[in-house]
Design a protein around this ligand. Structure first.
Ligand SMILES: [Zn+2]
Length: 598
């Protein structure tokens, strides 16, 4: 859905401003990180001070939401080969604070340093118009149009130094962010985005995360998740918003981290686990990059502002603004998105944790063919935290996104399988007193029933049994309230089964009440699927419905056969999903037990 507010921001992007920004940056002669830092007219220090002043002017239009700081530190030699003496590195950082979720952060950057042919020459002219005054100009213009617009999440507009020295400034910012536990949900670097005649910009995103652990790699391999990293979802999101908002211009998705032999400021973010992408024009002109300004054999070398195409740079800026504003106005990506794999079925069971935004409307499930590059289908599923898609997880790739009441949706979150107990449940410790209590309850349950079998007509005994059952139900209700269903991790296998037994004898209403909790416990591996199936069948028969799993039998007189089964031809699939034998085998075994022929 197109937002009027975002369309208005895009209309405000000006190619003229962008050209002015590029030419001003070029006017400082060189912006090498090793150049002079205290000359008001030449060198990276002059560029730094101009950028700070420009961001300060922009901040004045933000109603106090934007703050500007110089993030400065001294890089000692040793770590980066292109820094051979202590060098002050300064990132210019403008933070536009979110109104609703200020801790959720999106970062957009360009690098304001430049280089000539030699990366360690701080004196030569290095205009760096495309690399990367273009990216910095885009960031500055994006900040200018976005600052007056209140956004729900925080956007950081940043011009970094030291890129040509080995991603020095961006590494510093990313490391600080990691140490401060900043929640960066997306990072864009704009680097060489100013001189193309094509109507599209490349967005590079990695598929296998740079920060992946061996355990994550195992999961990724097992589910074919190499095309669904958070960075790849971010790239897809950018392509979609560009399609909605920037006519006659598009995003060319490139499924790799960066170009051959090259690396950009998104990489330090990727290495620290933050989703990040790179914007770069589609066809680079290498005689203009990293070259001393000169004419050789009639060819002009050097990264000069006359080679830029400012309407192109304006469109790249619009793609950035459309994506950033859409991200910062939308809810966060859904968290803990899982696909349940315990049940062997041709459905896809998804679950996730509820978002906390007050204007949340609900969720959309998206899916595509496994070979498709971008999402192909979506379904609004309401404000829920579980959803069963009638398509097989084996044949499609799914995602979940969160949407607010104005129709802003987050990027998709890719589900990982939930088969074993989740981490939270694994942290549950065995509660021995609860275990013993449940075992005592089941012992009492069995003792009274042993007596009752021998004396069924005894009214006093019937009253006593009903009294014990009622007491057990009341206590189990309290236990459920405190712990949810008491599963194997909490009370051990035997007592978990005892809880199930008590529920069977607690009456029809109580059994109905506990079925969803049992289902949840089965999905978490906390309870036997076969026990759950028995309870489902029992309630259905009690309600006069057909059973689902064939666990209930008619053994009156000479008979030994299952009571009527709903959708009987698929009963074995359902039995298999909860760990039961095929119905034929079960019937044979059960009826032999009854010493009758099936
Ligand atoms: Zn660059």
């Amino acid at each position: 859905m197109k937002s009027i507010a975002i369309a208005a921001l895009l209309a405000a992007v000006s190619a003229k401003n962008l050209e002015h920004n590029v030419r001003t940056l070029v006017s400082f002669g060189t912006r090498s990180t090793l150049s002079v830092q205290d000359d008001p007219k030449r060198g990276i220090g002059a560029a730094r001070d101009w950028l700070k002043a420009e961001f300060d002017k922009i901040a004045a239009t933000s109603g106090g939401r934007m703050t500007v700081e110089l993030q400065s530190y001294t890089q000692e030699p040793g770590k980066f080969p292109r820094i051979s003496k202590p060098t002050v590195v300064t990132n210019v950082v403008a933070t536009l604070r979110g109104t609703q979720a200020p801790d959720r952060v999106y970062v957009v950057s360009g690098h304001y340093d430049s280089m000539c042919s030699s990366p360690t020459d701080g004196d030569c002219d290095a205009p760096g118009a495309n690399d990367d005054a273009s990216g910095v100009a885009a960031v500055l213009e994006a900040a200018r149009v976005m600052a007056p617009q209140p956004l729900e999440a925080t956007v950081v507009f940043m011009a970094v130094a030291g890129e040509e020295q080995g991603l020095v400034g961006s590494t510093y910012f990313a490391e600080q962010a990691k140490q401060k536990n900043m929640n960066i949900e997306g990072m864009f670097t704009n680097d060489i985005v100013g001189s193309s005649k094509e109507n599209r910009v490349r967005v590079f995103s990695e598929g296998v995360p740079s920060s992946e652990t061996p355990e994550q790699a195992t999961v990724r391999r097992s589910i074919g998740g190499e095309n669904d990293s958070a960075s790849r979802q971010l790239a897809r999101f950018i392509a979609e918003t560009a399609k909605t908002y920037v006519p006659n211009f598009s995003v060319w998705l490139i499924n790799r981290r960066d170009r051959y032999l090259r690396g950009g400021d998104h990489i330090p973010f990727l290495e620290r686990g933050f989703p990040a992408v790179r914007f770069t024009e589609p066809n680079e002109t290498f005689e203009h990059q990293h070259q001393n300004v000169r004419v050789e054999n009639g060819t002009q070398y050097g990264d000069l502002p006359q080679f830029l195409v400012y309407p192109f740079l304006a469109n790249v800026t619009r793609v950035n603004v459309a994506a950033l504003a859409s991200l910062a106005l939308a809810p966060a990506r859904p968290k803990d998105v899982r696909v349940l794999t315990r049940r062997l079925t041709n459905d896809t069971d998804l679950q996730w944790t509820a978002n906390s935004e007050p204007d949340l409307a609900g969720y959309e499930v998206v899916w595509r063919e496994t070979t498709a590059a971008t999402w192909e289908h979506s379904a609004a599923v309401g404000n829920v935290t579980t959803y069963t898609a009638k398509l097989s997880k084996d044949n499609y790739i799914f995602g979940v996104r969160a949407c607010d009441k104005e129709g802003h949706c987050s990027p998709a979150a890719y589900p990982i399988p939930l088969r074993e107990r989740p981490a939270a449940a694994a942290a549950v410790e065995l509660n021995t007193s609860l275990r013993d209590e449940l075992l005592a309850m089941s012992k009492a349950d069995q003792e009274i029933r042993q007596r009752w079998i021998k004396d069924r007509e005894n009214a006093a005994l019937n009253d006593e049994m009903r009294g014990i059952d009622a007491k057990h139900v009341a206590r189990l209700r309290e236990i459920i309230k405190e712990h949810r269903w008491p599963g194997k991790t909490l009370v051990g296998d035997k007592a978990a089964n005892a809880a199930w037994l008590i529920a069977q004898h607690g009456g029809k209403d109580f059994l109905h009440e506990t079925l969803p909790l049992m289902k949840e416990a089965v999905e978490k591996g906390e309870m036997e699927g076969a026990s759950y199936a028995l309870s489902v069948d029992r309630t259905r028969i009690q309600d006069g419905q057909k059973q689902l799993y064939g666990s209930q039998f008619d053994t009156q007189g000479d008979k030994c056969e299952p009571l009527p089964i709903e959708d009987a031809e698929h009963v074995d699939e359902r039995r298999k999903a909860v760990g039961l034998d095929p119905i034929a085998d079960y019937t044979k075994a059960l009826c032999e037990l009854y010493k009758k022929k099936p």
